[in-house]
Design a protein around this ligand. Structure first.
Ligand code: FES
Length: 116
């Protein structure tokens, strides 16, 4: 198992209230951090359908809907829930340390292909 990780600061806890998301550019790909009822989740922010920023879309509880063609993804798992997306989003670990939210990316979760 590869344990190489990189951490990217997302925001302070008080900058991300429940029901909201924040886009973080990161070193390799844009990632969205979500607050779902006080739990934090991080997913790639690029829709797997046609590479549109999911933080431009709508959040309903633990589902994010793409604003371009209305694909939906589970924020907890990254699972694509409906067409036109048929590929899941990559998920990342999140750590909260001293009131700061951090995205923890591993070699397996980093995209080296570059996404918009
Ligand atoms: S780009 Fe997201 S559903 Fe088409």
């Amino acid at each position: 198992m590869n344990t190489t990780t990189t951490r990217v600061r997302a925001c302070r806890v008080d900058e991300l209230p429940p029901g909201e998301a924040r886009r973080v550019e990161g070193d390799h790909q844009p990632v969205a951090v979500y607050n779902v009822g006080g739990e934090y989740f991080a997913l790639d922010d690029t829709c797997t359908h046609e590479k549109f920023a999911l933080t431009e879309g709508w959040i309903d509880d633990d589902v994010v809907e793409c604003a371009l063609h209305m694909a939906k993804f589970c924020i907890r798992t990254g699972k694509a829930l409906c067409l036109p997306a048929n590929r899941d989003l990559v998920t990342h670990a999140v750590e909260v340390v001293d009131g700061e939210v951090w995205i923890v990316m591993t070699l397996d979760s980093i995209s080296f292909g570059g996404t918009p």
